[in-house]
Design a protein around this ligand. Sequence first.
Ligand code: HEM
Length: 375
Amino acid sequence: MYVYIYDEMGISLVTTNSIKINSEIEGIHLLGHFSQMEAQFLIQSLLALLGVAFLLNATTLASQLEVHFYRNSCQQAEFLVKKIMKERVSQDPSLPAGLLRLHFHDCFVRGCDASVLLDSKGENVAEKEAPPNLTLRGFEVIDEIKAELEKSCKGVVSCADILALATRDGVALSGGSAYALPTGRRDGLVSKISDVHLPAPSFSVSDAINAFQSINMTLQELTTLLGAHALGFCHCGFFVERLYNFKGTGQPDPNIDPSFLQTLRKKCPPPGPVAFNFSTDPTVFMTPSSGTPFRLDSSFFKGVIEEQAILQLDQELGFTDLTRKIAADYVNRPHVFRRKFAKAMIKLGSVGVLRGREGEIRENCRRVNTGNALN
Ligand code: HEM
């Protein structure tokens, strides 16, 4: 009398006894001679084991993001995101920069759950009202994609995935890699201004390391992601102190290339008595000397090495051994930067995601669904 258990490793012989059982339970085949009670007990135990294994497997599946998560539930999802992104980027090549920053600010606060997209409501002041978020861009294209997807796949594709996918396509449309992005994120129900503790441009490298450790990212990944500063705009208020009164010295930051300093001073006059205002503040390109402000190349790292980075933190990457080495490597081997950037973006996009039955799939990216609203 034998008991055979079929598993993915093959067939294992388990035991022998006296009465004959012949039953098949989801891949398990039993043959042999048992007492009735022993047999029942054995079958029940195996069923219980199977149940646990099945549940564990289901939970693992539900708890992991997956490439092409929408292949059955909304086949056209990724195609549609890409189509709209292509159209919008051809009209405004700076859009990918806006989305990259939006996605980063989403993931850094409460994980990549689209909490940054929620509007304030009633007493609740949302993340998007926090000072570093006041210059975020790209909300409209996310709304447009969402509205389009709701027409064909109602309640299926999350705003968090739309933001991550649109950012991915923006990266590719700007010359970066078109990476395979795991999806299956769900949308958060909470967005509070008091949760926003983003790293500041005046951070030292070690402050930034600590900030990124809180989202489980390394200095290498932080340095790589800062390569996104090859793209887009910066308001003068974020770095004007470096041009005129660095750390209260009344002098400019000694680590700015002198001719670059003059160029920046022309664009950004000394701050007057009125406090810095994001909406009227002039802007410069993030990497002004590259001549390719909408191309995700290694130009940011070249700027770091040539003391032409505009943010204090960015320039500091040139002054620690490891980050300077990384910057030099990316300048010499741009394909390595592209590959590592894609990898770091996938990791950033998995920070604190909601999955399975957590959160919800919002109908409108700016509001929590009626019934789930916490305020
Ligand atoms: C320590 C971390 C970081 C700091 C302190 C920082 C700071 C800033 C600041 C001050 C600006 C100018 C915003 C404006 O004037 O509107 C900016 C722009 C930008 N940042 Fe960062 N950033 C950080 C990390 C990142 C990361 C990780 C990404 C992408 C993965 C990113 C992507 C961008 C992009 C693309 C822009 C241009 C935005 C636009 O054109 O609207 N940044 N960043």
